[in-house]
Design a protein around this ligand. Structure first.
Ligand SMILES: *[C@@H]1O[C@H](CO)[C@@H](O)[C@H](O)[C@H]1NC(C)=O
Ligand SMILES: *[C@@H]1O[C@H](CO)[C@@H](O)[C@H](O)[C@H]1NC(C)=O
Ligand SMILES: *[C@@H]1O[C@H](CO)[C@@H](O)[C@H](O)[C@H]1NC(C)=O
Ligand SMILES: *[C@@H]1O[C@H](CO)[C@@H](O)[C@H](O)[C@H]1NC(C)=O
Length: 736
């Protein structure tokens, strides 16, 4: 593997070389070699012309004799030379570059360069060198560049580089080093560029690079580094460019980065980071460019992930197949940011707030993301011309269906709705996860929506976990991450993440298996589901139940037995996990109702529990809640939902239970074609939010579109939610 060794510079030199004509150098030239005057760049990139003898690729086994005395560049690449004696080169007083790469040196002692005081550049890459003894390069006092990459070096003596006080650039990448010794660098006080990636170094020790007070660029790519200790970069006061490309870092090495205050370019590409958390990149006062590309595990860029980076101009977060979430406030105080590349991720949106937090933003790359064209991305068409979209014709809506494949930029503002449902990215965590017994894991659940959603988790036992919940095994963070610690077989089962806002809710489940025992959801039919009537009132009935473990979804349906085709006769609510009671509202007084709770398990089997209940007689002072002005408008919703349920019913008729009463009320079998099903937006009560103040019944009934504490939920099936969002957003008045 060739590491990306300053590819830009090389390309530039190559380009310049091509432009300048090569002039023949009229001297007696060794057979088959070419003697020419060629453009040449010093290691500090200043241009010169060099008298060059080019003997590349000639199957030579020794340095040719009688080279022209004035030779400045001697190219012997791709030969079979195993040995160079002092006398073979000592008569070339002006030799500045010697290329012995791709030869057959296996012992550094076979390269005797003692008398080359002018040599600036020495290429020994792609040989078979395995060790370097002390003083291996004695006599090369002017040397500025030393290429030792792609050898078999496994041991370098502490004083191997003694005498190289002028060395600027050292390539040690792709060898067999197991440790980095800071004593090597004590000999190299002027080193500016160090490439040491591609070695099997287990860990970078504290102060490993401390003697390199003039280092500007450090490449630690492809080393399988798992962790960078806090003081690993100590002493690198002038470091400008740092690459951790292709390592095993699971976390941003924040503390280590604090030791390099001058950093301008940071490459963390191809590391298994799962998230970029609050303050991971903070107060890096000179950082100009940051790369977070090609990360298979990256799911989320959380709130305040990048804070106070006053010189950051370019941010590359691309080709991360699971990256589905960038918090609206992920970026804070990035006043110079011009280019934001976010293409080829799993992003459904980029929040307007994210963009507005970047006052100097010129262009954004969002193409090749599954963009959901609803409220969150609405700004794209509304923002004037300030922000340029890179590849706007490949920046397409993936959802909703009627906007599919339309360029996001060209969907008129009005066609996207003003509120939107939380949507948990299908790629944010797997649907199945194996954890070793006693092991720990983290599941990152995120949803971007407007208004910003709240997230909670439900354990297999049905316990609702919020950030406030503290326990030995679980911890939930406000941004939605569930941490499972030191799990035992008892924690195995189905976990559900629920994201909700005023508009609605979404959920996603994951089966966690612990140890080798494969997890089977319990199918204990005896522990039947029981639905209880907790309270009855003239216009509402409170139902409660104990959810069985490992439930995937829960539906509640109810209808009035006496007037099945009457207004609002049948209703269906799809309940998020963790709900244990439900307030059926807008009922008729003194009427009998039939309610059924159906829960579905991971293996697709379901359980049903039904109950009769009768509302009380209203006392004369009570008044029925006003008519249902929005009922007509709700019909469209109802049809959609009915279609969903009808499809399911069509697949298999429900079983009959003892007692003669049908498992589903009669209307379930004939009522679906009539649009009499009402979608419910009644308050979810009891245990739902035990710590939260109850809504004041005097202050409006249930739905508060602008309050931050939702008490009512429109509950929808997955299939319909996109389309229905539109209804909720535009016909919101019907919900009140
Ligand atoms: C070496 O370079 C110097 C300075 O450019 C020059 O005067 C001298 O003639 C060169 N030596 C040979 C052997 O060409
Ligand atoms: C918004 O969409 C319309 C219709 O496609 C288009 O004419 C207009 O230029 C778009 N506005 C912006 C800011 O891209
Ligand atoms: C159920 O809803 C009704 C009507 O909205 C309300 O008056 C009542 O307080 C609710 N019950 C509970 C327990 O929240
Ligand atoms: C709940 O209702 C939705 C929408 O009709 C349906 O897709 C889902 O399968 C139902 N779930 C259960 C547990 O009945």
């Amino acid at each position: 593997m060739r590491l990306l060794a300053a590819p830009l510079l090389l390309a530039w030199v190559a380009g310049a070389t091509a432009a300048v004509p090569v002039v023949p150098w009229r001297v007696p030239c060794p057979p088959q070699c070419a003697c020419q005057i060629r453009p040449w760049y010093t290691p500090r990139s200043s241009y010169r012309e060099a008298t060059t003898v080019d003997c590349n690729d000639l199957f030579l086994t020794a340095v040719p004799p009688a080279l022209p005395e004035g030779t400045q560049t001697l190219l012997l690449q791709s030969n079979s030379i195993v040995r160079v004696d002092q006398s073979e080169l000592a008569y070339l007083p002006n030799l500045t570059e010697l290329d012995l790469s791709q030869n057959s040196f296996s012992d550094a002692r076979d390269c005797d360069f003692r008398a080359l005081p002018q040599l600036l550049s020495l290429h020994l890459e792609e040989n078979q060198l395995s060790r370097l003894e002390d003083h291996s390069f004695a006599g090369l006092a002017s040397l500025q560049e030393l290429y030792l990459n792609h050898n078999q070096l496994y041991r370098i003596a502490p004083r191997a580089f003694a005498g190289l006080g002028n060395l600027l650039r050292l390539h040690l990448n792709s060898n067999l080093l197991r440790a980095i010794d800071s004593r090597w660098f004590e000999m190299l006080p002027n080193l500016e560029i160090l490439m040491i990636g591609g070695n099997k170094v287990d860990a970078i020790l504290d102060m490993n690079f401390r003697p390199l007070a003039n280092l500007r660029s450090l490449v630690l790519a492809g080393m399988s580094l798992r962790e960078i200790s806090d003081y690993a970069l100590e002493g690198l006061q002038t470091l400008e460019s740092l690459s951790f490309y292709d390592n095993q870092l699971a976390r941003v090495p924040r503390r280590a980065l604090e030791q390099v205050p001058g950093l301008k370019f940071l490459d963390l590409n191809k590391n298994p980071l799962q998230r970029v958390g609050p303050g991971d990149f903070a107060n890096m006062l000179h950082l100009k460019e940051l790369g977070l590309n090609n990360m298979e595990e990256l799911v989320s860029i959380d709130k305040f992930a990048l804070v106070n980076l006053p010189e950051l101009t370019k941010l590359d977060i691309t080709n991360n197949p699971r990256l589905s979430f960038i918090h609206p406030q992920a970026f804070h105080h990035l006043p110079q940011m011009e280019t934001l590349m976010l293409n080829n991720n799993a992003l459904t949106a980029l929040h307007q707030q994210t963009v507005e937090a970047l006052p100097n933003l010129q262009e954004v790359g969002l193409h090749s993301n599954p963009i959901r064209c609803d409220c969150v991305i609405r700004w794209a068409n509304a923002t004037g011309t300030r922000i340029r979209f890179i590849e706007p014709q490949s920046t397409l809506c993936a959802e909703p269906p009627d906007l599919q494949r339309r360029p996001v930029r060209e969907v008129p503002f009005r066609e996207m709705t003003g509120d939107c449902l939380p949507l948990i990215s299908p790629r944010s965590f797997p649907s199945r996860l194996q954890v070793a017994s006693g092991g720990s894991t983290a599941l990152h659940c995120r949803a971007l929506a407007e208004p910003e959603p709240e997230i909670y988790w439900v354990t297999p036992a049905g316990v609702r976990l919020t950030p406030a919940h503290v326990s030995r095994r679980y911890r939930v963070y406000p941004e939605g991450t569930l941490e499972l610690r030191r799990v035992t077989a008892e924690e195995a089962g189905l976990y559900t993440c629920v994201a909700h806002n005023l508009v609605g809710a979404d959920s996603k489940t994951v089966t966690v298996a612990v140890g080798h025992a494969s997890f089977q959801p319990a199918r204990d039919e005896d522990q039947g589901l029981q639905l209880r009537v907790q309270e009855t009132h003239p216009y509402h009935i409170l139902l409660a139940w104990v959810p069985p473990p490992n439930v995937v979804s829960t539906n509640l349906t109810w209808s009035s037995a006496s007037s099945p085709r009457g207004r609002g006769a049948a209703a269906l609510a799809r309940l998020p996990q963790g709900v244990r009671s439900y307030n059926m509202t807008r009922l008729l007084q003194a009427t009998e109702y039939w309610a059924c709770l159906q829960v579905a398990f991971a293996d697709a089997h379901t359980q049903l529990a039904c109950v009769w209940a009768r509302t009380k007689e209203a006392s004369p002072c009570h008044r029925a809640p006003g008519g249902r002005p929005g009922l007509i408008a709700m019909l469209a919703l109802a049809i959609l939902l009915a279609a969903g349920l009808a499809a399911r019913l069509g697949a298999g008729q429900p079983r009959q239970r003892v007692g003669g009463r049908p498992l589903l009320p009669a209307w379930a079998f004939w009522g679906w074609s009539t649009p009499s099903v009402r979608v419910v937006s009644a308050p979810l009560v009891l245990l739902w939010n035990p710590g939260r103040r109850r809504p004041d019944p005097q202050k409006g009934k249930g739905y508060h579109p602008h309050s931050s504490t939702p008490e009512t939920w429109p509950l929808l099936s997955d299939r319909e939610r996109t389309r229905i969002t539109f209804w909720f957003c535009t016909k919101r008045e019907v919900m009140t």
